[in-house]
Ligand binder design. Sequence first.
Ligand SMILES: *[C@@H]1O[C@H](CO)[C@@H](O)[C@H](O)[C@H]1NC(C)=O
Ligand SMILES: *[C@@H]1O[C@H](CO)[C@@H](O)[C@H](O)[C@H]1NC(C)=O
Ligand SMILES: *[C@@H]1O[C@H](CO)[C@@H](O)[C@H](O)[C@H]1NC(C)=O
Length: 355
Amino acid sequence: MRVITLCVSALQVLLLSQAAPVTLPNTLLPDGYPNPSPAQLKAIEQQALGTLSNRTLPATLHNQESLNNFRIINFNEYFEAVFFAQFLHNVTNNVTGFEVPHTIDRNILIAELSAAQAQEELHTINAIHALQHYGANPIQPCKVYKFPVNNFQQGVLFVMTWTSLVMSTLQDIIQDFAENGDAPFTATIASTLGQEGAQAGYYRLLLGRTPNSLPFLTRSIRSFAFSILNQFIDFSTCPNVNEITIPLFKHITVLDTPGPVDNPAIRFAVNTADVVTGKTYYVVYINQQNLPVVVPAVHKSDQGGTTVFTGAWPYTEHLMNGLTITIISDNAGPYADAQAAADEAIFAPGLIIVN
Ligand SMILES: *[C@@H]1O[C@H](CO)[C@@H](O)[C@H](O)[C@H]1NC(C)=O
Ligand SMILES: *[C@@H]1O[C@H](CO)[C@@H](O)[C@H](O)[C@H]1NC(C)=O
Ligand SMILES: *[C@@H]1O[C@H](CO)[C@@H](O)[C@H](O)[C@H]1NC(C)=O
């Protein structure tokens, strides 16, 4: 696999397993999250319009690899809960740029964001409880979360995109649990996937888009989500992110915004230092549940440490609506599925959403 793995040597694993148990702070958000008191938890549940499951978890985990599923969910849900708390604050207080357009029902919006914040908090706590139940450390929150969001429109676009990626990634987590022999968790994850779908439909509607983007949502891979989080969070501020043993890819930035038309040359930027001179590269698109689409990557320029490749955007042939995950590889494929493409990815993922 052509990836930068977070280096976890045998020695580190040994040290980790002997590390003191992680104590979570209760100060990431003012409501006690992610370590609320029982009274605070009750308040979060009220805001979330429902409760944590009180079902008993299976006594043992079949495969230790399943812990990474809970860890990546735990880590990602911090990002989501903090986003919603900030966005809700910005919208509620009419922060400059976050005034709600008159065409949008402000009360419904605030009710939705308030519920979403608390629902993401419960998703986090659910993952934390699972990790603790199986004797693993919960993942600690990072010090700083930075969202590329300066106004209302950007906020909705960002959360719509993020929610789409999460729905795509939860598919991978469900399959992973099933393959690991840990099927009892698949239904709970499917229930959160549907929950994110209800949210995504609303954000899409706010943007004037058809709520139901596709017949079959795009498939993603855990390491794609982890790599994107690495673009928005400074991992050096995350105390035990190294316990998530999922590979990271090299960064790719989509410079253009493709639309529902064919385009001969969409531009992608990567770090020149990561490009091997003379090597042939390919742009690979993952959309819906289809076989990954491969087109040649054309080397356009090297400037200031950034290399730009272009690739054709074959919208019409594949009806590439909704989320498309873009990777650059030096392998022409063909790829049997998204995982096969991820196995050969060098730069990933670039996110494109059409319609
Ligand atoms: C589980 O939750 C339900 C609904 O809140 C409650 O009636 C029941 O007593 C709970 N069971 C346990 C074992 O906590
Ligand atoms: C909230 O508003 C601040 C500007 O006051 C901005 O920097 C931040 O990115 C916004 N966050 C969200 C999630 O809307
Ligand atoms: C924000 O603006 C809305 C509508 O313009 C108004 O109803 C509300 O009171 C304002 N809230 C604050 C905190 O300024």
